[in-house]
Design a protein around this ligand. Sequence first.
Ligand code: DHB
Ligand code: FE
Length: 281
Amino acid sequence: MAKITAGVATSHVPAIGAAIDLSKTEQPYWQPVFKGYEYVKAWIKEQKPDVIFLVYNDHATAFDMNMIPTFAIGCAPEFKPADEGWGARPVPTVKGHPQLAAHITQSLIQDNFDLTIINKMDVDHGLTVPLSLVFGQVEEWPCLIIPFAVNVVLYPPPSGQRCYDLGKALRKAIESFPEDLKVQVWGTGGMSHQLQGARAGLINKAFDNDFLDRIIDKADELAQVPHINYVREAGSEGIELVMWLIMRGALNDEVELKHRFYHVPASNTAVGHLVLENKPS
Ligand code: DHB
Ligand code: FE
Protein backbone atom coordinates (compact mmCIF):
# COMPACT_ATOMS: atom_id res chain seq x y z
CA MET A 1 0.00 0.00 0.00
CA ALA A 2 1.06 3.60 -0.51
CA LYS A 3 2.42 5.30 2.63
CA ILE A 4 2.75 8.95 3.61
CA THR A 5 6.26 9.21 5.00
CA ALA A 6 6.78 12.91 5.55
CA GLY A 7 5.64 16.47 5.02
CA VAL A 8 7.59 19.49 3.85
CA ALA A 9 6.47 23.11 4.10
CA THR A 10 8.17 26.03 2.41
CA SER A 11 7.62 29.52 1.05
CA HIS A 12 7.73 29.88 -2.73
CA VAL A 13 9.01 33.41 -3.46
CA PRO A 14 9.66 33.79 -7.23
CA ALA A 15 12.89 35.75 -6.63
CA ILE A 16 14.30 32.61 -4.94
CA GLY A 17 13.79 30.76 -8.24
CA ALA A 18 15.50 33.60 -10.11
CA ALA A 19 18.44 33.54 -7.64
CA ILE A 20 18.91 29.81 -8.36
CA ASP A 21 18.48 30.15 -12.12
CA LEU A 22 20.88 33.12 -12.31
CA SER A 23 23.53 31.55 -9.96
CA LYS A 24 23.11 34.17 -7.22
CA THR A 25 22.71 31.77 -4.28
CA GLU A 26 26.12 32.66 -2.78
CA GLN A 27 25.47 36.41 -2.80
CA PRO A 28 25.28 37.91 0.72
CA TYR A 29 21.56 38.66 0.39
CA TRP A 30 20.69 35.09 -0.65
CA GLN A 31 23.26 32.98 1.18
CA PRO A 32 21.35 32.89 4.52
CA VAL A 33 18.15 31.87 2.71
CA PHE A 34 19.75 28.90 0.97
CA LYS A 35 21.61 27.85 4.11
CA GLY A 36 18.20 27.07 5.61
CA TYR A 37 17.60 24.48 2.89
CA GLU A 38 20.84 22.50 3.23
CA TYR A 39 19.20 20.08 5.65
CA VAL A 40 16.28 19.22 3.36
CA LYS A 41 18.57 18.77 0.34
CA ALA A 42 20.55 16.05 2.15
CA TRP A 43 17.44 14.57 3.81
CA ILE A 44 15.50 14.14 0.55
CA LYS A 45 18.37 12.12 -0.94
CA GLU A 46 17.97 9.60 1.89
CA GLN A 47 14.18 9.66 1.85
CA LYS A 48 13.84 9.07 -1.89
CA PRO A 49 10.06 9.60 -2.15
CA ASP A 50 8.32 8.00 -5.14
CA VAL A 51 5.66 10.69 -5.34
CA ILE A 52 5.18 14.20 -3.97
CA PHE A 53 1.64 15.48 -3.56
CA LEU A 54 2.47 19.16 -3.90
CA VAL A 55 -0.07 21.63 -2.53
CA TYR A 56 0.51 25.10 -3.99
CA ASN A 57 -1.32 28.03 -5.47
CA ASP A 58 -1.41 29.24 -9.02
CA HIS A 59 -0.82 33.02 -9.31
CA ALA A 60 -3.14 33.96 -12.21
CA THR A 61 -0.95 31.82 -14.50
CA ALA A 62 -2.98 28.72 -15.41
CA PHE A 63 -6.17 30.23 -14.01
CA ASP A 64 -7.34 33.81 -14.14
CA MET A 65 -10.39 35.89 -13.29
CA ASN A 66 -12.38 33.89 -15.87
CA MET A 67 -12.13 30.67 -13.91
CA ILE A 68 -10.62 29.82 -10.53
CA PRO A 69 -11.25 26.44 -8.90
CA THR A 70 -11.00 26.33 -5.11
CA PHE A 71 -9.27 22.92 -5.13
CA ALA A 72 -7.83 21.51 -8.37
CA ILE A 73 -5.92 18.26 -8.83
CA GLY A 74 -3.44 17.69 -11.66
CA CYS A 75 -4.21 14.31 -13.24
CA ALA A 76 -2.05 14.68 -16.37
CA PRO A 77 1.12 12.70 -17.17
CA GLU A 78 3.11 15.94 -17.31
CA PHE A 79 3.02 19.66 -16.50
CA LYS A 80 5.31 22.18 -18.14
CA PRO A 81 6.92 25.09 -16.27
CA ALA A 82 4.90 28.23 -17.03
CA ASP A 83 6.07 31.42 -18.70
CA GLU A 84 5.29 34.07 -16.06
CA GLY A 85 6.57 36.96 -18.16
CA TRP A 86 10.32 36.30 -18.48
CA GLY A 87 10.10 32.95 -20.31
CA ALA A 88 9.65 29.57 -18.63
CA ARG A 89 12.10 28.81 -15.80
CA PRO A 90 14.94 26.49 -16.90
CA VAL A 91 13.63 23.61 -14.79
CA PRO A 92 12.48 20.11 -15.78
CA THR A 93 8.95 19.30 -16.86
CA VAL A 94 6.97 17.87 -13.94
CA LYS A 95 5.97 14.23 -14.42
CA GLY A 96 2.66 13.35 -12.77
CA HIS A 97 1.14 10.09 -11.53
CA PRO A 98 -2.21 9.89 -13.34
CA GLN A 99 -3.25 6.61 -11.67
CA LEU A 100 -2.62 7.83 -8.12
CA ALA A 101 -4.12 11.24 -8.95
CA ALA A 102 -7.29 9.56 -10.29
CA HIS A 103 -7.50 7.37 -7.18
CA ILE A 104 -7.13 10.41 -4.89
CA THR A 105 -9.72 12.30 -6.95
CA GLN A 106 -12.27 9.52 -6.57
CA SER A 107 -11.58 9.09 -2.87
CA LEU A 108 -11.74 12.82 -2.06
CA ILE A 109 -14.85 13.48 -4.13
CA GLN A 110 -16.61 10.51 -2.55
CA ASP A 111 -15.54 11.96 0.81
CA ASN A 112 -17.37 15.19 -0.11
CA PHE A 113 -14.44 17.32 -1.27
CA ASP A 114 -15.53 18.47 -4.71
CA LEU A 115 -12.28 18.79 -6.63
CA THR A 116 -11.77 20.21 -10.10
CA ILE A 117 -9.93 17.80 -12.40
CA ILE A 118 -7.10 19.33 -14.43
CA ASN A 119 -5.78 17.42 -17.44
CA LYS A 120 -3.65 20.20 -18.93
CA MET A 121 -1.89 22.90 -16.94
CA ASP A 122 1.41 24.78 -16.81
CA VAL A 123 2.83 25.16 -13.32
CA ASP A 124 4.14 28.48 -11.97
CA HIS A 125 6.64 29.52 -9.26
CA GLY A 126 4.24 28.30 -6.57
CA LEU A 127 5.18 24.75 -7.55
CA THR A 128 8.59 25.03 -9.22
CA VAL A 129 10.36 27.16 -6.57
CA PRO A 130 9.78 24.62 -3.74
CA LEU A 131 11.08 21.85 -6.04
CA SER A 132 14.20 23.89 -6.84
CA LEU A 133 14.79 24.67 -3.16
CA VAL A 134 14.67 21.00 -2.21
CA PHE A 135 16.22 19.28 -5.26
CA GLY A 136 18.48 22.05 -6.59
CA GLN A 137 19.34 22.28 -10.27
CA VAL A 138 18.68 18.87 -11.83
CA GLU A 139 18.10 17.47 -15.32
CA GLU A 140 14.95 15.63 -14.19
CA TRP A 141 12.93 15.92 -10.98
CA PRO A 142 13.84 12.69 -9.15
CA CYS A 143 10.24 11.64 -8.43
CA LEU A 144 6.70 11.95 -9.70
CA ILE A 145 4.68 14.98 -8.61
CA ILE A 146 0.93 15.49 -8.32
CA PRO A 147 0.13 19.23 -8.41
CA PHE A 148 -2.76 20.32 -6.18
CA ALA A 149 -3.76 23.94 -6.67
CA VAL A 150 -5.67 25.88 -4.00
CA ASN A 151 -7.32 29.23 -4.62
CA VAL A 152 -5.79 31.78 -2.25
CA VAL A 153 -5.69 34.52 -4.89
CA LEU A 154 -9.31 35.51 -5.49
CA TYR A 155 -11.55 36.06 -2.47
CA PRO A 156 -12.86 33.93 -0.78
CA PRO A 157 -10.14 31.39 0.03
CA PRO A 158 -11.02 28.06 1.66
CA SER A 159 -10.83 28.09 5.47
CA GLY A 160 -7.94 26.64 7.41
CA GLN A 161 -10.33 24.03 8.84
CA ARG A 162 -11.46 22.99 5.35
CA CYS A 163 -7.84 22.60 4.28
CA TYR A 164 -6.96 20.62 7.40
CA ASP A 165 -9.97 18.31 6.91
CA LEU A 166 -9.06 17.87 3.25
CA GLY A 167 -5.58 16.80 4.39
CA LYS A 168 -7.10 14.11 6.59
CA ALA A 169 -9.23 12.82 3.70
CA LEU A 170 -6.10 12.92 1.54
CA ARG A 171 -4.31 10.67 4.03
CA LYS A 172 -7.10 8.09 3.72
CA ALA A 173 -7.01 8.41 -0.08
CA ILE A 174 -3.27 7.91 -0.42
CA GLU A 175 -3.11 5.09 2.13
CA SER A 176 -5.78 3.16 0.23
CA PHE A 177 -3.79 3.11 -3.03
CA PRO A 178 -2.70 -0.51 -3.54
CA GLU A 179 0.79 0.10 -4.94
CA ASP A 180 3.76 0.30 -2.53
CA LEU A 181 4.74 3.94 -2.84
CA LYS A 182 6.52 6.37 -0.54
CA VAL A 183 4.51 9.57 -0.76
CA GLN A 184 5.36 12.97 0.68
CA VAL A 185 2.85 15.80 1.02
CA TRP A 186 4.18 19.34 0.67
CA GLY A 187 2.43 22.54 1.71
CA THR A 188 3.82 25.69 0.15
CA GLY A 189 3.39 29.47 0.13
CA GLY A 190 3.52 32.04 2.95
CA MET A 191 4.69 33.14 5.38
CA SER A 192 3.64 36.72 6.12
CA HIS A 193 3.74 39.01 3.10
CA GLN A 194 1.67 41.59 1.31
CA LEU A 195 2.60 42.62 -2.21
CA GLN A 196 0.30 45.57 -2.82
CA GLY A 197 -1.64 48.43 -1.30
CA ALA A 198 -0.97 50.59 1.71
CA ARG A 199 0.46 47.70 3.74
CA ALA A 200 2.84 46.38 1.01
CA GLY A 201 5.96 44.95 2.66
CA LEU A 202 4.14 43.81 5.80
CA ILE A 203 5.97 41.12 7.82
CA ASN A 204 4.72 39.69 11.13
CA LYS A 205 7.39 37.58 12.85
CA ALA A 206 5.26 36.91 15.93
CA PHE A 207 2.37 35.56 13.82
CA ASP A 208 4.70 33.43 11.70
CA ASN A 209 6.52 31.88 14.63
CA ASP A 210 3.29 31.13 16.45
CA PHE A 211 2.08 29.42 13.25
CA LEU A 212 5.31 27.37 13.07
CA ASP A 213 4.93 26.38 16.75
CA ARG A 214 1.32 25.33 16.47
CA ILE A 215 1.33 23.51 13.13
CA ILE A 216 3.68 20.93 14.63
CA ASP A 217 1.58 19.73 17.57
CA LYS A 218 -1.46 22.00 17.94
CA ALA A 219 -2.77 21.84 14.40
CA ASP A 220 -6.37 21.13 15.51
CA GLU A 221 -6.36 24.49 17.27
CA LEU A 222 -4.47 26.30 14.48
CA ALA A 223 -7.03 25.08 11.93
CA GLN A 224 -9.69 27.14 13.70
CA VAL A 225 -7.98 30.46 12.94
CA PRO A 226 -10.41 32.30 10.59
CA HIS A 227 -9.20 33.52 7.20
CA ILE A 228 -9.59 37.16 8.18
CA ASN A 229 -6.90 36.76 10.88
CA TYR A 230 -4.39 35.64 8.26
CA VAL A 231 -5.17 38.62 6.07
CA ARG A 232 -5.11 41.11 8.94
CA GLU A 233 -2.02 39.75 10.67
CA ALA A 234 0.05 38.10 7.92
CA GLY A 235 -0.98 40.29 4.97
CA SER A 236 -3.12 39.68 1.91
CA GLU A 237 -0.69 37.00 0.64
CA GLY A 238 -0.13 35.54 4.13
CA ILE A 239 -3.36 33.63 3.51
CA GLU A 240 -1.22 31.24 1.41
CA LEU A 241 -0.41 29.61 4.76
CA VAL A 242 -3.74 27.74 4.83
CA MET A 243 -2.15 25.39 2.29
CA TRP A 244 0.28 24.16 4.94
CA LEU A 245 -2.73 22.79 6.84
CA ILE A 246 -3.48 20.36 4.00
CA MET A 247 0.04 18.96 4.42
CA ARG A 248 -0.36 18.78 8.21
CA GLY A 249 -3.79 17.12 8.01
CA ALA A 250 -2.33 14.42 5.77
CA LEU A 251 0.29 13.47 8.38
CA ASN A 252 -0.31 11.48 11.55
CA ASP A 253 -1.40 13.28 14.71
CA GLU A 254 2.13 12.89 16.05
CA VAL A 255 5.00 13.97 13.89
CA GLU A 256 8.72 14.35 14.41
CA LEU A 257 10.15 17.80 13.65
CA LYS A 258 13.33 17.24 11.66
CA HIS A 259 14.04 20.83 10.64
CA ARG A 260 12.64 24.31 11.20
CA PHE A 261 13.83 27.48 9.48
CA TYR A 262 12.67 31.10 9.41
CA HIS A 263 14.31 34.03 7.67
CA VAL A 264 13.29 37.61 6.84
CA PRO A 265 13.29 38.80 4.14
CA ALA A 266 13.39 37.16 0.75
CA SER A 267 11.99 39.75 -1.62
CA ASN A 268 8.83 40.91 0.22
CA THR A 269 8.28 37.71 2.15
CA ALA A 270 9.13 35.99 5.42
CA VAL A 271 10.54 32.58 4.46
CA GLY A 272 9.39 29.63 6.56
CA HIS A 273 10.35 26.00 6.13
CA LEU A 274 9.56 22.78 8.03
CA VAL A 275 10.48 19.13 7.56
CA LEU A 276 8.14 16.77 9.42
CA GLU A 277 8.36 12.98 9.49
CA ASN A 278 5.40 10.78 10.30
CA LYS A 279 5.56 8.94 13.61
CA PRO A 280 3.82 5.57 13.45
CA SER A 281 0.15 5.99 14.53
C1 DHB B 1 6.52 37.27 -3.68
C2 DHB B 1 6.06 36.25 -2.85
C3 DHB B 1 5.09 35.35 -3.31
O1 DHB B 1 4.57 34.34 -2.54
C4 DHB B 1 4.62 35.46 -4.60
O2 DHB B 1 3.74 34.54 -5.03
C5 DHB B 1 5.07 36.48 -5.43
C6 DHB B 1 6.02 37.39 -4.97
C7 DHB B 1 7.57 38.24 -3.22
O3 DHB B 1 7.87 38.31 -2.03
O4 DHB B 1 8.15 38.93 -4.08
FE1 FE C 1 2.71 33.37 -3.74
